[in-house]
Design a protein around this ligand. Structure first.
Ligand code: 1HN
Length: 373
């Protein structure tokens, strides 16, 4: 049997449906010798009718993972491990370490007084701060203090290093990187800083203070780097903006009250390959189902509830992380009738949009909600 014979075609008009004869089988075997093959034996495999994600929906529960993340502190030093991170594995993916689609994610823990050396890479990265005090990140000489639910960028090519002040407490944050994508494109470079550290060259938190003022931009401010100069988006102003917006909109039937983190100099996504949003589900809200291309990694910033993904219910509460693979039907439910719930979402929409690959569809049956499987 040649390796091509396993891929039997669906019997569908317009697609290959060639019967195997002894002559054809011999022909396929001959082609293999020359590193070639007949397209009609693999057409449906290499070009599906619609996106078929290899990633499966998963919830990573913080209740399960937190103790194991903290255990690593006693087992390895950041120096020995390079970085003390527990990565999130999507069981559908055998090829790469990805949480969903082409997005990698992990939970990083640092103790007070610890520091990781400065480095840079072609992959872009984000952090979403989960717990602890005293953590900071330095990006190209800009030091940022990190608090709960703050969202931080380390765009591709920028020197970055992380640390926790000696006076702080153990800190845990979510890392998100486009490593699988950049590796798939075979374009990833990694470099350690020659001095292992980059001196702080600006006032602490200057980029957020300069670029993070709603409706106002620094006079004469000049920025044209392909990523947002606002390296840190703090939780309080983000939540305030959502709460305010919620009083002025009915929200989206699919997403509730949702806002995008943007590059203030373009109003576009924060980086070229990854974007992010924060959405508020109002008390009791149950959204309609839809699906779209792109990969989505949700982090429950506030509240609890569940999502129905491809007909299956996934319960979540604060600090849990869950994913929605490309083209999967999904809808969200806030489990509380008195409190709002907030979902942070990291995604690869900038890639989908800039390559003309974004597509979405509303669930047309059952009044817009999926029947549970
Ligand atoms: C990285 O640079 C960080 O800077 C975290 O904290 C996780 C995973 C793979 C490659 C680089 C960081 C990473 C990473």
């Amino acid at each position: 049997m040649s390796r091509f014979h396993e891929n039997h075609r669906e019997d569908v008009a317009g697609r290959a449906n060639v019967e195997d004869t002894p002559e054809l089988l011999a022909y396929y075997d001959d082609l293999i010798k020359y590193e070639a093959g007949a397209l009609w034996t693999v057409a449906n495999k290499i070009e599906p009718w619609e996106p078929k994600s290899e990633s499966v929906p998963v919830v990573w529960r913080y209740n399960d993972l937190r103790a194991h993340v903290l255990r690593s502190v006693d087992l390895v030093t950041p120096e020995k491990a390079g970085r003390r991170v527990i990565y999130l594995n999507n069981p559908g993916r055998q090829d790469v370490h990805a949480a969903v689609g082409w997005i990698y994610a992990g939970l990083q823990v640092m103790n007070p007084g610890e520091r990781a050396s400065a480095h840079r890479h072609s992959a872009s990265a984000i952090r979403f701060i989960m717990e602890g005090t005293g953590a900071y990140t330095v990006v190209d000489g800009h030091k940022m203090t990190l608090g709960r639910n703050d969202f931080v960028l380390t765009p591709n090519g920028t020197w970055h290093e992380h640390a926790v002040e000696a006076s702080g407490t153990p800190c845990i944050w979510q890392d998100g990187l486009d490593i699988p994508l950049v590796n798939a494109l075979e374009a990833n470079f990694y470099e350690v800083h020659p001095d292992l550290s980059e001196p702080v060259a600006f006032p602490v938190d200057d980029m957020t203070k300069t670029w993070g003022n709603p409706g106002l931009t620094p006079s004469g401010g000049d920025w044209n780097n392909g990523y947002s100069p606002m390296f840190k988006y703090e939780w309080e102003p983000t939540y305030d903006a959502l709460a305010k917006y919620a009083t002025a909109t009915d929200g989206s039937p699919f997403d509730g009250v949702m806002m995008e983190y943007v590059n203030p100099t373009t109003n576009g996504p924060v980086m070229k390959t990854m974007g992010a949003s924060m959405q508020m589900l109002r008390p009791g809200e149950h959204t309609k189902a839809h699906r779209h291309t792109g990969s989505y990694l949700y982090h429950v910033a506030k509240g609890s509830g569940h999502s129905i993904i491809n007909g299956k219910r996934f319960d979540w509460s604060e600090r849990d992380i869950f994913c929605v693979p490309s083209w999967a039907w999904h809808e969200h439910v806030n489990g509380s009738s008195t409190q709002d719930a907030c979902l942070f979402c990291l995604n690869d929409l900038p890639v989908m949009r800039s390559l003309g690959l974004y597509r979405e569809e509303a669930f047309g049956e059952n009044n817009g909600n999926q029947p549970l499987l």
